[in-house]
Design a protein. Structure first.
Length: 501
């Protein structure tokens, strides 16, 4: 159905794609795999009209095509679900789904009733229990991901490209998505699936295509391939996933949280967080697990001073009580937050790598209001080297980097503040297995140097791999605390599922 012939693409002198040729068949799920920066998303953006300039050609249903924009690709029958969300925050779910393809009445006015009802049916199909008029800004990142999926399913496309569609959704939503993929396969749709979660690929993919450093390495059938062999094809070498070693020993309490509450801004009589109390020890990695809506992100945001008017409770760092009323207060207390949505909250995409890394420590690099360019350059070069950020230089724009390298920039800018406590919200979302392993090593190294680290993750294997202790949250409350030696996927999940009345 879709043939790619000798596609190449350059960015800022860097060859993102080098002479790629492949075929996408109808009624099949083709998995495109590779590390961050391998060229997967770049290729998909060419196929879907996001990047109209490239070398080579695309043949769709026997005809050579070149799309100047995504609307042309959609009209032809190619839809894409982006890894980085492309939603308008101040518009509703309905307005986002129909943006650029609005339905009209016989009188030429917007048919809001029909668009709303079609949106409601899509949301019901995807089991997102939200009103079609809900604003995107009021949705969590995982719920926004479901809206992205709904956008792609609205059109009767022949080719549907899914770029990390499960990176921010819960296991129940993944199951719904896989059922929809199965239905689309039966309808003879051509499905392209990008994911760093290798176990997912073996559940739904028929074929694989391996990209590495912008080059096509191998294609083949998924049947008979071993997961370790697939990973080795991706990275060109064997990878042993990092696992925290040694027996955990209690140390001095670094962060003490007592009776932390967070009110619901819309319904003040209800609380998002309910009497949260815990201690994070020096050199400890505390893994926090919970299903969507459990309050994990709200907990980190509250600790970082993002909801001062709605929260109450006591927070102490190394025995000193702090009233954290703003992120500035949190930074001064020694906290740093790597947010869940790196694109929206973690980076200034229009600035270069160097400026993004240095932006948290400008005060240390200026003299009489003038920025010392050498200090800024040295700082960014150190972190580019230490965290192995793949960039042509510190002058490259942050928006041109892959998701994994963008995440490393966010971590670097906060490490530059020399925090005592690092709060990580889904730190490996949308990151390949090699980059994920590097971040695990970094977390374990920082904890070994005495930093206290809280990791919020939707991936249970991640929690079990790097944590010393596990805390489980459900509906804004702590339902379990345990040492990693007592933890298992079954025990954690049991604690995470809300108790029905």
């Amino acid at each position: 159905m879709l043939v790619v012939e000798r596609i190449s693409k350059h960015f800022s002198g860097v060859k993102a794609l080098d002479n790629i040729s492949l075929e996408i068949a109808p009624g099949k799920v083709t998995a495109i795999i590779g590390e961050n920066g391998a060229g997967k998303s770049t290729l998909m953006k060419i196929l879907s009209g996001v990047y109209p300039e490239y070398e080579g050609k695309i043949i769709f249903n026997g005809e050579v095509v070149r799309f100047n924009n995504p609307k042309e690709a959609q009209k032809a029958g190619i839809a894409i679900i982006h890894q980085e969300l492309n939603l308008v925050a101040d518009l509703s779910i309905t307005e986002n789904i129909f943006l650029g393809r609005e339905l009209e009445t016989a009188w030429g006015t917007l048919d809001k009733k029909l668009m709303r009802s079609q949106t409601a049916m899509l949301l019901q199909k995807l089991k997102l229990l939200k009103h079609p008029d809900t604003l995107i800004t009021d949705l969590k990142i995982g719920q926004q991901q479901v809206v992205e999926i709904a956008k792609a399913l609205l059109t009767d496309s022949e080719v549907i490209i899914m770029d990390e569609p499960t990176s921010a959704i819960s296991e129940s939503e993944v199951a719904v998505l896989f059922a929809i993929i199965e239905d689309l396969r039966k309808e003879n749709k051509a499905l392209v699936y990008i994911s760093h979660k290798v176990d997912e690929l073996f559940k739904i993919a028929d074929k694989y295509v391996v990209l590495r450093d912008g080059k096509l390495i191998e294609t083949g059938e998924m049947a008979g391939v071993h997961p370790d062999g697939l990973i080795q094809k991706m990275v060109g070498r064997e990878i042993t996933m990092m696992q925290k070693q040694g027996v955990y020993q209690e140390k001095e309490c670094l962060l003490l949280v007592e009776n932390l509450n967070l009110k619901n801004a819309i319904r003040p009589t209800e609380n998002f967080l309910k009497n949260i109390s815990f201690c994070l020890n020096k050199g400890e990695v505390l893994g926090i697990f919970g299903l969507m809506g459990a309050g994990r992100t709200e907990l980190l945001e509250t600790l970082f001073g993002l909801h001062p008017k709605l929260s109450d409770g006591n927070v102490s760092v190394t025995g000193e009580t702090f009233k954290i009323k703003s992120p500035g207060d949190a930074i001064r207390a020694g906290l740093a937050l790597v947010p869940e949505d790196r694109k929206k909250d973690g980076l200034i995409l229009g600035l270069n790598v160097q400026r993004n890394i240095g932006i948290t420590t400008l005060n240390n690099m200026e003299n009489l209001g003038v920025l010392n360019a050498k200090s800024e350059c040295d700082l960014s070069d150190n972190y580019i080297s230490d965290l192995k950020i793949k960039t042509s230089s510190g002058k490259q724009m942050a928006e041109d980097l892959s998701g994994g390298n963008q995440q490393k920039i966010v971590i670097a800018k906060w490490l530059a503040t020399k925090p005592k406590i690092l709060l990580l919200d889904e730190p490996t979302r949308g990151i390949d297995i090699h980059a994920k392993n590097e971040i695990y090593k970094l977390i374990i190294k920082l904890a070994g140097e005495g930093m206290g680290i809280i990791v919020v993750s939707s991936e249970l294997p991640e929690i079990l791999a790097i944590s010393d202790k596990v805390m489980v949250m459900t509906e804004g409350s702590i339902t379990a605390k345990m040492l990693i030696s007592e933890a298992s996927e079954e025990v954690i999940l049991k604690a995470a599922i809300p108790k029905t009345i």
